[in-house]
Design a protein around this ligand. Structure first.
Ligand code: PBG
Length: 328
């Protein structure tokens, strides 16, 4: 039955009709707010490439966490910027690591805010890579997978012992979800869930984050561990392995250039899917909005809706706090 019997515009005529047939909604409960913490006190240092985002010290971070929670966002994701770096990222897993201080402070002030920690070494190593650098078979400097696992395990344990509600390994080493799961279980923390950055691509869109976290690689790139952007079937293998190893939530990252992966993952797997709308995706819209080229709020809500429509339940986004206010 075609036109004129069928007129799809009928149900678009007014906002009530549109609300009634709307297929996808974004809820505040879908959002996770990434936050950056560095040592010190009273620090709130603007990140120029990510307007509205800051490096906080543990004390000012608590204030920010309170306002994120008050906006209705259920969770934050913490990234640490240490006071010193070395080849093996020691400040990532020290008992007094800055992320551990931050977790303790937030959990005390906001006990029901879910505190997730990013588990990775690139912010803590002087070479800026996500693990231990050695020489590979080709004689090139590269990240040693299995040596890195031990350090990631230590970092995840330190975060969980400090009170993290969930740990999120973002390094892309093979086997890290299984290693962290086993370690948490052995350390009597079987209740701590793992959100795995499962299909994390070697993307150009992490640029602003690397300024924010002071973590750009000092040589080479991350192509030997993060996924090659043209590959989709491989992403499904990554996700399947992470679920097998014990991941509770699996993530696709970045979001918009990889919505096909989000959709395929949602069709294939029953675990909750998260998508990370990353720093460069955010910064691009911010820059266009600052030039008056588009309406930030409309663009942001359209993007978040698209990510949900593709099949993600959770969205990690630098708009989390603003969007929660907009969605009220
Ligand atoms: C750490 C990590 C990165 C991001 C999240 N965790 C950077 C990277 O892999 O280089 C990027 C987040 C963003 O761009 O918003 N490995």
């Amino acid at each position: 039955m075609g036109f004129p019997t069928t007129r799809l515009r009928r149900l678009r005529r007014n906002e009530t009709f549109r609300r009634m047939v709307r297929e996808t909604l974004v809820y505040r409960d879908d959002l996770v707010m990434p936050l950056f913490v560095r040592p010190g006190s009273g620090v709130k240092r603007a990140i120029s490439s990510m307007p509205g985002n800051y490096q906080f010290s543990p004390d000012t971070l608590v204030e920010e966490a309170r306002s994120v929670e008050a906006a209705g966002v259920p969770a934050v994701l913490l990234f640490g910027i240490p006071d010193s770096k070395d080849a093996v990222g020691s400040r990532a897993y020290a008992a007094d690591a800055v992320v551990c201080r931050a977790v303790e402070g937030i959990k005390k002030a906001c006990p029901s805010l879910c505190v997730i920690t990013d588990v990775c070494l690139c912010e803590y190593t002087d070479h800026g890579h996500c693990g231990v650098v050695t020489e590979n078979r080709d004689g090139a400097r590269d990240v040693d997978n299995d040596a890195t696992l031990d350090l990631l395990v230590k970092e995840a344990l330190a975060h969980a012992r400090a009170g993290a509600d969930m740990v999120a390994p973002s390094d892309m080493m093979d086997g890290r979800v299984g290693a962290i799961r086993a370690a948490l279980d052995n350390a009597d923390m079987p209740e701590v869930p793992i959100m795995a950055y499962s299909a994390k691509y070697a993307s150009a869109f992490y640029g602003p984050f690397r300024d924010a976290a002071e973590s750009p690689p000092q040589f080479g790139d991350r192509a030997s561990y993060q996924m090659d952007p043209p590959n989709a079937r491989e992403a499904l293998r990554e996700i399947a392995l992470d679920i097998e190893e014990g991941a509770d939530i699996v993530m696709v990252k970045p979001a918009l250039p990889y919505l096909d992966i989000v959709r395929r993952a949602a069709d294939r797997f029953d675990a909750p899917i998260a998508a990370y709308h990353v720093s460069g995706e955010f910064a691009a819209i911010k820059a266009a909005a600052a030039n008056g080229w588009l309406d930030e709020r409309r663009a942001a809500l359209e993007i978040l809706t698209a990510i949900r429509r593709a099949g993600a339940k959770l969205i990690l986004t630098y708009w989390a706090k603003d969007a929660a206010t907009w969605l009220e």
